[in-house]
Ligand binder design. Structure first.
Ligand SMILES: Nc1ncnc2c1ncn2[C@@H]1O[C@H](COP(=O)(O)OP(=O)(O)OP(=O)(O)O)[C@@H](O)[C@H]1O
Ligand SMILES: [Mg+2]
Length: 318
């Protein structure tokens, strides 16, 4: 089972939208997908039409009461199962805090499902607490959704430090495999610049860095109102509006992720489009800025020049 944590501690950048719709996009191609909602907000759970308060066991019970993960599974579509979250998960961090090996509870819980699914996608909460550490310990790959605006890069250094820490202490094979630009405003200069900065940063990484070879996906996810609407109907974008830009983008992204050779940690090797994606319309990929110097994670966090008007963070709710 390939395992991917979808993580950015910044809120509202498109983690849940990506987890759900990439999962659904993969499932539609015949891949057996397990979507794990690790966020007490339970947005992924509701997005796939499951009521987080229906009293059935979810990831909270798996983590705190030791019930088998298989008993918390719900099949929500062909090839797509979810382990739901509930608000109870807020207490899980405290409840497991005193346990020995608290960082590996999730990894051990998911082990029996290894052969039952092809891909595990974990929708992480917007924090770097114990739940997220459990996710990073349980997966091999991190996928970072990024909203390309000025403050979007803030905190990325911290995220990468956390990945590096977990990799050093708990999970030596962990790596950042991809960065996806979400809520993308095609054609804006700022979006292209931020995307260029991210690409230059990845390309300037050392081979030892956990993000070395990460792929900045060719397919950016355009801002699309259907993507914002479909969660309230408990539907993925493919069920809600199968022909909208959002469905098109997530189908292409799902194929791009599936086409990555997971054992090749070098984006320059896996960057070319696959046969599957080649027949899709040209993605709204921003140009690559070649002029950026090599950067460290901290240097990636932009500090505004005095007098430079800061661009207000977008709350992600168009
Ligand atoms: N491409 C898009 N176009 C339009 N709306 C979007 C798009 N992607 C996400 N949204 C909307 O933006 C909001 C934030 O997205 P989402 O919930 O996926 O972010 P998140 O990173 O999971 O947030 P949180 O950190 O709170 O978990 C949601 O209302 C979602 O429907
Ligand atoms: Mg979310």
């Amino acid at each position: 089972m390939r395992s991917i944590a979808i993580l950015n501690q910044k809120g509202g950048v498109g983690k849940t939208t990506t987890a759900v719709n990439v999962g659904a996009g993969m499932a539609r191609t015949g891949v057996r997908v397990l979507l794990l909602d690790l966020d007490p907000q339970s947005h992924a759970t509701m997005h796939v039409g499951v009521d987080p308060r229906d009293g059935q066991p979810g990831i909270y019970e798996v983590l705190t009461n030791g019930i088998p993960a298989a008993d918390a599974l719900r099949e929500v579509a062909e090839n797509l199962s979810v382990i739901p979250a509930s608000i109870d998960l807020v207490g899980a961090e405290l409840e497991i805090a005193a346990r020995p090996e608290r960082e590996t509870i999730l990894r051990r819980a998911l082990a029996p499902l290894q052969t039952r699914f092809d891909v595990l996608l974990i929708d992480c909460p917007p924090s770097l607490g114990t739940l997220t550490i459990n996710a990073l310990t349980a997966v091999e790959e991190v996928l970072i959704p990024l909203q390309p605006h000025f403050l979007a890069l803030q905190g990325l250094g911290r995220l990468l430090e956390t990945v590096t820490l977990v990799r050093g202490v708990l999970n030596p094979t962990l790596r950042v495999s991809g960065i996806v630009l979400c809520l993308y405003e095609a054609g804006t200069r700022l979006a292209a610049e931020v995307a260029g900065d991210v690409r230059a940063f990845i390309e300037g990484s050392d081979p030892d860095d956990a993000w070395h070879g990460a792929r900045v996906f060719d397919r950016a996810i355009r801002r699309n109102i259907k993507l914002a609407e479909c969660p309230s109907f408990g539907q993925t974008v493919f069920d809600y509006a199968p022909h909208c830009h959002g469905a098109e983008d997530y189908a292409a992204l799902a194929r791009e992720i599936l086409a990555m050779t997971t054992d090749t940690p070098d984006s320059t090797v896996v960057r070319s489009a696959t046969a599957d994606t080649a027949d899709l319309p040209a993605p709204p990929a921003p140009p690559i800025e070649e002029t950026m110097p090599q950067q460290t994670p901290d240097a990636l966090v932009p500090s505004p020049e005095p007098g430079t008007p800061a661009i207000a963070p977008i709350d992600g709710n168009p």
